[in-house]
Design a protein around this ligand. Structure first.
Ligand SMILES: [Zn+2]
Length: 465
């Protein structure tokens, strides 16, 4: 598996630092409003990397944070108000209620576009002590200074500042000359806050060695990634807009605290545009995943649409293109249902083997999903490929594609006489309290790739997803 590393600007092989499990950290949602399909494209990138690595046989641990404090309305100058507190004022709910509401909405929408749940969703508000510990290490190592209850990172102590985004201090300084106001407590205008003193109206605040306050946005990702994945881990993902200042500052914090590189590969996804504009609340072109369903479109068609563009490129969204992919997905599932009746091959034919090789190569080549879709198309149309072989190939690739290609097969499925007989025997065994026999029959049904459910009406079975 090879991925483009935004830091070294080259495509690099994924080699787990612990020699076994690939550890991935993804910047997750800020939960003060609904997530739109543009944000979702960036979260789908983390899911796709995990699916692709598992497809290659790697164990993976995936952590995605939930930002429920510290994300300000103005990140570049760190002035402005906390987005959670603004939402609180807007909605009349407490910050915790707002975080809960939008976290649930996010997970719901993520499920709909086929994002498999991460192994862990740590919340910023539950990691304040870890953030304080890193800030203390930065103070001890001379990377930070405190002024009147606020702690700043001194960017001049980290000579590599700017290595990810290209925003070096020289360049930033040129930009700052035009700016009017900077915080007079900062030693340098480019310094950023690690911890901020709470003002009198601040609701979200915690005690700290520097008095009551709250963390800056960036420190949460240093704290949560290193707590849950260790001081060296493999992949960090985010959107292009996270490169600066968020990830640049995370690198300065994490490497400043531990004294060595933490992340092996930085992966960034491109924006989603609508009518040539970045999808953003301010541009009033927001679409939620649930809006797609309301338009009669399967949210997984959006997933398929995204595969048509390389993840690093900006992608233009149009309803026409989405409707086209919705028809394509419906057609794929219908064909799968037709082919499902055909016998599966014992082994792949030479043509099938070649298609499988090309699909796998496309996925492991920095997630070349447009090329993977070319192989899918060829498989659907290839002359001389038996229907059962087409089915077997597409069903196995769906572990990466996540398009639920066997949905129609499942929905149209009827148990055959052999299965019906096993179900009857199991119900008789259960009535007779012969649990050994009932368990033995359950195992036999499961070995036939069936899910076995005990219901008040007796045993029910259906194909396993
Ligand atoms: Zn982050």
């Amino acid at each position: 598996m090879r991925l483009y590393d935004s830091l070294t600007r080259e495509v690099r092989e994924v080699v787990p630092v612990d020699g076994r499990t690939v550890k991935i950290y993804s910047c997750g949602p800020t939960v003060y409003r609904y997530i739109h399909i543009g944000n979702m494209r960036s979260f789908m990138l983390g899911d796709l990397i995990r699916r692709a690595l598992r497809f290659e046989g790697h164990p993976v641990r995936w952590v995605m944070n939930i930002t429920d404090v510290g994300h300000m309305t103005d990140e570049v100058t760190d002035s402005g108000r906390d987005k959670m507190e603004l939402a609180e004022a807007d909605e009349g709910l407490s910050a915790a209620e707002i975080a809960q509401k939008y976290t649930e909405a996010f997970l719901h929408d993520a499920d709909l576009v086929g994002i498999q749940r991460a192994d862990l969703y740590p919340r910023a508000t539950e990691h304040i002590p870890e953030m304080i510990a890193i800030i203390q290490r930065l103070l001890e190592r001379g990377h930070a200074y405190e002024v009147d209850g606020t702690v700043y990172y001194d960017v001049t102590t980290f000579p590599e500042y700017g290595k990810l985004s290209g925003n070096t201090l020289d360049q930033l300084r040129a930009g700052h000359r035009q700016e009017v106001a900077t915080d007079p407590n900062k030693r340098h205008p480019e310094d950023f806050a690690l911890w901020k003193k709470a003002g009198p109206n601040r609701l979200l605040k915690w005690p700290s060695p520097w008095g009551e306050g709250f963390p800056g946005w960036h420190i949460e990702c240093s704290a949560m990634s290193m707590k849950h994945l260790g001081e060296r881990f493999d992949i960090h993902t985010g959107g292009n807009d996270n490169k600066f200042p968020h990830h640049e500052d995370e690198i300065a914090q994490s490497e400043g605290a531990v004294g060595h590189p933490v992340v092996s590969i930085w992966v960034h996804g491109g924006f989603l545009q609508m009518g040539g504009q970045k999808m953003a609340k301010s541009a009033r072109n927001i679409t939620r995943v649930t809006d797609l369903a309301e338009q009669g479109i399967d949210p997984l068609a959006y997933r398929l649409l995204c595969f048509g563009t390389r993840y690093r490129s900006e992608m233009d969204f149009s309803w026409e293109a989405l409707e086209g992919q919705n028809r394509r997905l419906t057609d794929l599932r219908r064909r799968m249902a037709e082919w499902s009746a055909a016998p599966r091959p014992e082994r792949l034919s030479p043509a099938g083997t070649e298609l499988d090789r090309r699909f796998r190569e496309a996925v492991s080549d920095d997630l070349d999903m447009p090329q993977a879709l070319v192989v899918v198309n060829e498989t659907v149309g290839a002359a001389g490929l038996a229907p059962g072989e087409r089915y077997a190939l597409l069903a196995s690739w769906d572990a990466v594609l996540g398009l639920d290609l066997e949905r129609d097969v499942r929905e149209r499925w009827e148990p055959g006489p052999e299965v019906l007989e096993l179900v009857r025997r199991r119900d008789r065994a259960r009535s007779a309290k012969d649990w050994t026999a009932a368990d033995e029959i359950r195992s036999r049904l499961q070995a036939m790739d069936l899910e076995v459910m005990d219901t008040p009406e007796g045993t029910k079975v259906r194909p396993r997803r």
